[in-house]
Ligand binder design. Sequence first.
Ligand SMILES: *Cc1c(COP(=O)(O)O)cnc(C)c1O
Length: 384
Amino acid sequence: MKVPLLDLKAQYAPLRDEIKEVMDEVCDAQYFILGPKVEAFENNIAEYCGVKHAIGVSSGTDALLMAMMALDIGVGDAVITSTYTFFATAGSIARLGATPIFVDIDPVSFNIDPAKVRAIFENPPENIKGLNVKAIIPVHLYGQMADMDSIMKIATEFDVGVIEDAAQAIGSEYLFNDGNDYKAGSIGDMGCYSFFPSKNLGGFGDGGMVVTNDDNLADKLRKARNHGMAPKYYHQFVGGNFRLDALQAVVLDVKLKYLDEWHSARRRNAELYNKAFAGSLVKTPAAVYADKGIVNYHIYNQYIIRVANRDVVRDRLLANDIGCDIYYPVPMHLQECFSDLGYKLGDLPNSEQAANETLALPIYPELTDEMQECVAETILSVHE
Ligand SMILES: *Cc1c(COP(=O)(O)O)cnc(C)c1O
């Protein structure tokens, strides 16, 4: 049975008429960049994520870039983040002339290990000397939030900003130590989302959003996405063209209504895999907040297994027309473009091991039980 890693056509089919109608409205209005449709979508995201301000931007990468610009991060500054993430997190730091400081993950959650973040402040490594640490960027990898209690405590103690990379985690929840339940992106100074088509909320192209509860940051972000301009043709600082367009906004606004249903379907699929792999050599992903009494404790943008003979399993799946992928084969500290930072193999072992053992399976909401059984059987057959 052919099983793709993701099937966007299956998601589109039932929404076709609804989406075409709102796209038509934009075509008739010919109002494409920012404007009322973008504002309406921003308001809906702000409400969904429980934040005061939402600023629509051109991509998740640009969201991260702008969030750092809003904190005046640049040459001479350092930003701490997870080495086990998509490149955009690290690349945005470097593009501003700042130095990324890579930290290992907790092997259970795949998220940044707060104890290792703390160690950087308490016992600064050689490569950070002379730099001004400005922020921590926790990445809520695969759709499950990082340990935000510990990260916020460290950030307060050492007076640095927190930018949540929630590109894979829009709608994911966290029970904070103040007793409240927070959505990904709403705890730190700013949160960044991506609407790349493969995310849980994906557009018909690139798009992103920065959210914040801080009025000053919101004001800066709104200017930054439009060349630092206010009023028209008066430029207070150098920003860029990081604007979201109305066609993306209306498509995303339609999809937002279904997002929680899709999150639940992904969780249901994850449970089915968990059952299928129980008692086998396949390590299923831990849902570390499953017992916290929150609904979206994990939104499974990816369902990640660990297997010792990962490449054999991957090849068997691909040979059987089953989609799968490796997120990510090389941690950031070992990337060629960061070789001048002086990291070497063995420095961040949990991430290096994850890079060798992990495999993403199809988890999209429209997947059928038969398809999942086929995926599980094919994987289990490798071990027979
Ligand atoms: C997708 C992603 C991004 C970048 O988003 P784009 O919209 O593709 O620019 C950033 N960080 C993480 C963790 C991502 O998964």
